[in-house]
Design a protein around this ligand. Sequence first.
Ligand SMILES: Cc1ncc(COP(=O)(O)O)c(C=O)c1O
Ligand SMILES: N[C@@H](CCCC[NH3+])C(=O)O
Length: 517
Amino acid sequence: MKGAFAEIPYGSGRKGLGLCRTGIGLSPVLAGGALPCWELRYFLAIAACQLRVFGEIPRARNILLFIRGRDGMRFTGTMRVNEKGHLEIGGVDTVDLAREFGTPLYILDEEEFRKNCREYYQNFTQKHPGSLAIYAGKTLLTTAICRLVEEEGLGLDVVSGGELYTAIKADFPLHKVYFHGNNKSPEEIRLGVEAGVGRFVVDNLYELYLLNDIAKSYKVRQPILLRVSPGIEAHTHEYIKTGQIDSKFGFPIETGQAMDAAQRALELDGIELKGFHCHIGSQIFELESFAHTVEVMTAFMAEVFKATGFMTEELDLGGGLGIYYAEGDNPPTVAAMAETIFTTLESQCQKLGLKVPKVIVEPGRSIAGPAGSTLYTIGAIKDIPGIRTYVAVDGGMGDNPRPALYQAKYEAIVANKANDQPVKLVSIAGKCCESGDMLIWDIELAEIKPGDLLLVSNTGAYNYSMAMNYNRLPRPAMVLVGGGKAELIVRRETYDDLLSHDLIPAHLKTRKVVTMY
Ligand SMILES: Cc1ncc(COP(=O)(O)O)c(C=O)c1O
Ligand SMILES: N[C@@H](CCCC[NH3+])C(=O)O
């Protein structure tokens, strides 16, 4: 063994301090949980630093993780542990769910989803009549979800013909649909105009003129918002920022292109300019980002008024409120977000001599995220001594590409042993042929064996909607749970579904004998 310290034996179950095998330095053998006394934390931090110097990175990492401690998975929504020690969601035992519907399985907690919709309805529409929360369908959309959103009084933000078609098929009130997208095709625009969507959110000049022509051909005047990019750098992952100037979305304010677009829009007779839209990014925790956005947007609205006499009727501020995924995430409430937005808006409008516009927000993650979880069956467990224990599940990046795309963090629990203490530090691997297919690095779990069930929490947002068939893995089913009942809202894909789009050209239909040369 190189270096000064032995590895900390996770899961040994022993507490206290012991001598390491090299005899150089002390090897603490506390198992699980945060360390209680600061002296020991300090001692271990120094140990970790020394190991880094000696190049023993995995061991240093283990020590640092150990100092920080883990407290298992934070429960969301209706999760609870039943008398059998199984995790229950919506009053349904997850072990029964696995038996009946198989795994991997997306589970949607109806009560939590509705509660999150209601937070927005109450803090926006009810408190500030005229304002509207529209659920961002890109987060998680199915026909059943359209029904929930409609029943809770929200509108819908769609971003493609496919999402719009889902809303049409679910009989969603189309005047409450906002049609987004930075490259809508002529067919998509026609579908939207024919359906009578409430608003088009126009992203660029090509779309502006195309929409104008199409609307005129239908003899309608299509209400629109113009998407502008306010030049705000949200503090979030690079790939989910959208409000900065160098962005594929919207007309930048700073370059004068947003003003130019507004002037052009006001001259066209196939469209009716109602106001402006912006969205600075997703998984945002700082309320100041929303306040700053309102300041930038109202300043722009005042400039537009000065230049054209157009008084903005509607201001759409996009979505973006973050959620808890793992330790360290500390999202503000919807009420605090609304308070920040309206206080800033009212004072800015007063200062700038503007009429207070109707506010629209487009929450996605903060509604669907905490309402969803994914249930897997544990298969292979591979222990690489002194390095890492890989626990493989029957899904992975195919059903949840977020860790691979954004280094997203998740928490998990052994669902059939939900009362058992975490004793072992492991990493959760998916089953795709891809080294980056890791769902969770370094998590403490209860003692596990193949066949146990692992539930990953907070997977409601951007999991099912971003799922794929890489390695020809069928996508999972989704069940809606509540009141002790589980109902299928997306059926599991079959192997035949995977083949359903394959075609064999005529010249390959008759099998030829392969000659070996
Ligand atoms: C235009 C727009 N609106 C709304 C959303 C939903 O954002 P979130 O899921 O962070 O609430 C997004 C996604 O980032 C978006 O791009
Ligand atoms: N897909 C991203 C969010 C981007 C949303 C669209 N602008 C995520 O999973 O975090």
